[in-house]
Design a protein around this ligand. Structure first.
Ligand SMILES: [Mg+2]
Length: 256
């Protein structure tokens, strides 16, 4: 079978592996299953994601790591000029797509239409000045693309504002609805179909992204309670096909 595993809140929290997760990945592989990792985290470059897996004791082939910037780049055409409010992972994905990536405020020259799109991802340096620039370019006619619209992400310090919170500010200030690329949206579904093919399980901590993606792929959703969904949660929509306290427990159930 093929498993798509979310990363934040499933495999790790911040810089720390969730106990039992590296072993659970090994157990799936030893049982002959394929494991592909899918994250809405748009900030790191692919090599940084790979290095993190290795630091936490998980060997991974770079081709088995899919990210929201890859999905976002697929919404843009080679040769387009795109202003980036986000991290190096977005610049990398745009370069690979042949899109010209501009720093915030670059390439405007007062000419309307000089920038084809604004892309918003996770950006710890996002501030009023960047919000004003993004909104101005959007109001001048640029498309607005979000890597993802997660309002928050789990960290070892609790929930922190995610790219979706920044994107919401740009939508409000720019007066335009964004096209969103990451889980659970269609650009990600298309990326999985192209790069992975058939999927048997999507495992994640967030029903609104991981569960909704499973639903779009018409496959099974495994919910784990090590991220944004607390153990004392109410009804879950979409309802998971399996639920477990953590990835180790879920894998144990599925391999039993
Ligand atoms: Mg997650």
């Amino acid at each position: 079978m093929t498993f798509i595993l979310d990363c934040d809140g499933v495999v790790w929290l911040g810089e720390t592996a969730i106990p039992g997760s590296p072993t659970a990945v090994s157990r799936l592989r030893e049982a002959g299953h394929r494991v592909v990792f899918l994250t809405n985290n748009s900030f790191p470059r692919l090599a940084e994601h790979v290095a993190k897996f290795e630091r936490l004791g998980i060997e991974v082939d770079p081709s088995d790591v899919l990210t929201s910037p890859m999905a976002a780049a697929s919404l843009l055409a080679p040769g387009e000029r795109v202003m980036v409010f986000g991290g190096p992972g977005i610049f990398e994905a745009l370069e690979q797509r042949g899109v010209e990536a501009l720093e915030p405020g670059a390439g405007m020259n007062g000419k309307s239409g000089a920038v084809d799109a604004v892309i918003v991802g996770f950006d710890r340096n996002f501030d009023f000045s960047r919000l004003a620039t993004a909104a101005t370019v959007v109001r001048q006619g640029a498309r607005l693309v979000g890597t993802n619209d997660d309002a928050t992400f789990p960290s070892s310090d609790g929930l922190l504002p995610g790219a979706g919170s920044l994107l919401a500010a740009v939508m409000t200030a720019g007066g335009k609805k964004a096209e969103v690329a990451g889980k659970p949206y269609d650009a990600t579904r298309a990326l999985i179909t192209e790069r992975v093919g058939h999927v048997d399980w999507v495992v994640g901590d967030r029903p609104s992204t991981d569960g909704a993606l499973a639903q779009r792929l018409q496959t099974h959703f495994g919910l784990v309670l090590t991220g944004v969904t607390p153990p004392d949660h109410g009804p879950i929509d979409p309802a998971p096909d399996r639920e477990a306290p953590d990835l180790a427990g879920l894998v144990k159930d599925l391999l039993a």
